[in-house]
Design a protein around this ligand. Sequence first.
Ligand code: ASP
Length: 460
Amino acid sequence: MSDPTPGYRGIGKSTLDRFDVSVWSEVEVKTGNGGFKGIILPRSETADDRHIVLKLSTGYNVGVAADSITGITAHGRREANYKIPEKEFPFDAGKSNITLFGTGGTIASRLDYRTGAVIPAFSPGELYGSVPELADICNLTTEKLFGVFSENMGPEQYIRLAQRIGETIAEGVDGIVIGHGTDTMHHTAAILSFMVQDSPVPIVMVGSQRSSDRPSSDAAINLIAAVKAAAQSDIAEVSVCMFGPTSDQYCLLHRGTRVRKMHSSYRSTFRTIGDVPLATINPEKIDYLRDDYKRRRDDRNVKINPAFEEKVTILYYYPNMTPDIVDAIVDKGYRGIVIAGTGLGHVNKPLYPALDRAAAKGVHIYMTVQTLWGYVQMYVYETGREIMGLGVVPAANMLPEVAFMKLSWALGQTDDRDEVRRIMLTPVVDETTEREPYNGYLIFQGEIPEVQAFLRTIKR
Ligand code: ASP
């Protein structure tokens, strides 16, 4: 995705060699199940190497399994033009200076219309060429840190991001935007909320569900809103700015520790869980939905603490889970387990001895809930009390992924039982809250805007 250099590795490459064709050849491919006519596209860095990808004349791309190909005949060659029209990003001394870090994901790329190849669009000039509205908001500097789909993000990237954020803040930037794949954006938002504390400026994560070549793309609207939040909002926290309701009326700004991707394909996929979002943002204005956020400041006193223990896991409980799973985790040397339990925070009785053994071996175990909304309440049923008696600590209403990130961060700093517990149960930025607002479940979470507008008229 990030490397547009034509070329194939592994099986794909040997297939092209075998039939004496190359990337950009116009070909007819024969397989046991029929044939395809199209242009051979370069394979992205992250695609598998068992297929070759053809752009068909219909405009669709198709992957053909290399081992099913019986023949390829070339008729010509049609190379893509990679150049996105670059325009110089204007500088205006009166505007905020924003740094956009690229990590990859759909937001960092667009398709070439002619061939369907994925092209990175990332320099300020390229972004200005495709989303000129950005220049009305800020002066933009871009820095590509990684070019990965977000399932490939991990501690190495989290630590590098945290460090670059710290350095960029020290250099005097007014706001930071992080382009990121949507799939694990909430994981990265959570860990950055712990690794980067007391930022004087907004740190806004953004992505897109649909790439910018598609008419229904959310890339431009999300980017404009995220850049606006970074440049003009007063919210100096790690947040996620993504498509709000099903129509494209506004984006929602979510707190980094309370946000989750909730739909695999809708653009309106990110939701604040257990709370209300921070703000709605459209190109014209920012509407704050709450006032308990950390304010923008002029100082540069950010704290960067990039600690991370990799031997932490999430155990998603299911009925009839057997204790060997817990034993295996312990025997493999894991130091922390976040359980996503049923209901108020439960697992079945056969697991108790294994949890007891894990705790006795010094493994730190925290309970969260699969329902996502609501609290772990382990005093209600005897089951809950017994599980706590085994040394499992209830993590209030911390989301399972957030608890996972926080435990990894805590264990990266200490193995002391009480200290880990203190870190886990002392909220940094609302990863646990005293109560969940009755309206958080519904309000501003993607209802149909027309219905919301109607409800406002009759509520008066
Ligand atoms: N799989 C992609 C990712 O998370 C999807 C996206 O960018 O939205 O990186």
